[in-house]
Design a protein around this ligand. Structure first.
Ligand SMILES: *Cc1c(COP(=O)(O)O)cnc(C)c1O
Length: 382
């Protein structure tokens, strides 16, 4: 039997030594490593600047906060996503207005967005679900028409592009996550990018209390500075940034392995009639292949738990993206009284999908093993 974890951070001597070097120095925040990580990241995504943050949640919060979105405002949020996509809107005092998913990709159903826009709407947030880019051309048309901010949650989409342009550079900003099971990790961490320099500058200021000067920059008397607004402490430490710099060196290789594993598993899975796989990259849309989501045929949906049990018992780690649509999580359900029928597609994906691993910690034989184990489980239970 194989042991195949769903996600596993890819950390080796390079990261360990980089962290050790940071710890041998007195500078643990505000140092050269976070600047280096931001530089490498902005080069990779081809963005004019990148702002490292303590998490993707922090980056998303700053994206709204810095645009003064708050009480009385509404933001369009996909129903099928990590709860952070909605929480960061709610944290500002604004109301998340949920929109259902489309069945082919799990991305926000763009056809439904305009029905939910009113005079209070300030922004549209999109999530590139499992790395498959949302059609940003269509989102942009709607945003232009109603003069809305577009926030891209790119937490699962490092390496995803549309027409060769990295996600996060299509809307007004993009927020990335470096949580351990994402494409790269810094333990905890996030990044904000924007094609608008003034947006990044404001976020950079509010990330660190709105202190008007960076450390080491133009302080004639040590400890003297002014504070020009309300802000947070959402910085990334030098320890995390040092890990990030090393991870970026491995990113191309990670992405190649993900794509290879995904294609291979897809081929294997085509032999199983009782499942459907999501549409992945096609044409101008290029995915970062976060994982392989399979949708079970209707007659197998109530067997999902058993199928997952069989996979896990045979050493295959699985996950569910996401266990419930966000508006059906207790907090939002109780606030707004949503029911499953309000988000039929998101609910269907949540209740009938299984997420399988394709990460760079896995090899060719693992893809065959996962597919065979799944085929056997379905045969046994159907
Ligand atoms: C992981 C994730 C987040 C949260 O990222 P953190 O870095 O843990 O704050 C937000 N959105 C999506 C889509 C995610 O997958």
């Amino acid at each position: 039997m194989r042991e195949i974890p769903f996600g596993k951070p890819f950390i080796d001597k390079a990261e360990q030594n980089a962290v050790k070097r940071v710890l041998e120095n007195p500078i643990l925040v505000h140092g050269p490593k976070s600047i280096e990580f931001e530089d490498v990241f902005s080069r990779f995504t081809n963005s004019p600047s990148a702002v490292s943050c303590s998490s993707c949640t922090a980056a998303l919060h700053l994206a709204y906060f810095s645009k003064n979105i708050g009480k009385g405002d509404e933001v369009i949020v996909p129903a099928l996503t990590h709860v952070a996509t909605a929480h960061t809107v709610a944290l500002t005092g604004a109301k998340p207005v949920f929109v259902d998913a489309e069945m082919n990709t799990g991305n926000i159903d763009i056809d439904l967005i305009e029905h939910r826009i009113n005079e209070n709407t300030r922004a549209i947030s999109v999530v590139h679900f499992l790395g498959m880019p949302v059609d940003m051309g269509r989102i942009d048309k709607i945003a232009q028409k109603y003069d809305l901010l577009v926030v891209e949650d790119c937490a699962l989409a490092l390496g995803s592009t549309i027409n060769g342009v990295h996600v996060g550079m299509h809307g007004d900003c993009g927020c990335f996550s470096f949580y351990p099971v994402k494409h790269i990790t810094t333990s905890e961490g996030g990044m904000f990018i924007s094609k608008h320099k003034d947006y990044s500058d404001k976020v950079r200021l509010q990330r660190a209390f709105c202190v008007d000067k960076h450390h080491g920059e133009g302080r004639k008397i040590p400890g003297s500075y002014d504070v020009v607004g309300i802000g947070f402490n959402y910085r990334m430490s030098e320890i995390s940034a040092a890990i990030g710099v090393e991870q970026m060196k491995k990113l191309q290789d990670f992405l190649r392995k993900r794509e290879f594993n995904y294609a291979l598993m897809k081929e294997h899975l085509e032999n199983i009639d009782e499942i459907r796989v999501f549409r992945s990259s096609h044409g101008k849309f290029r995915s970062s292949y976060y994982c392989m989501n399979i949708i079970l045929a209707d007659n197998l949906i109530d067997k999902r738990e058993e199928i997952i049990g069989e996979l896990n018992d045979n050493g295959v780690g699985t996950s569910i993206y996401y266990p419930k649509p966000v508006p059906l999580m207790s907090v939002y359900k109780n606030l707004y009284g949503f029911e499953a029928k309000d988000f039929p597609a998101a609910n269907k994906i949540s209740s009938s999908s299984i997420s399988l691993p394709v990460g760079p910690h896995l090899h060719e034989e693992d893809m065959a093993y996962i597919s065979n184990t799944l085929a056997k489980a379905i045969e046994k239970l159907s």
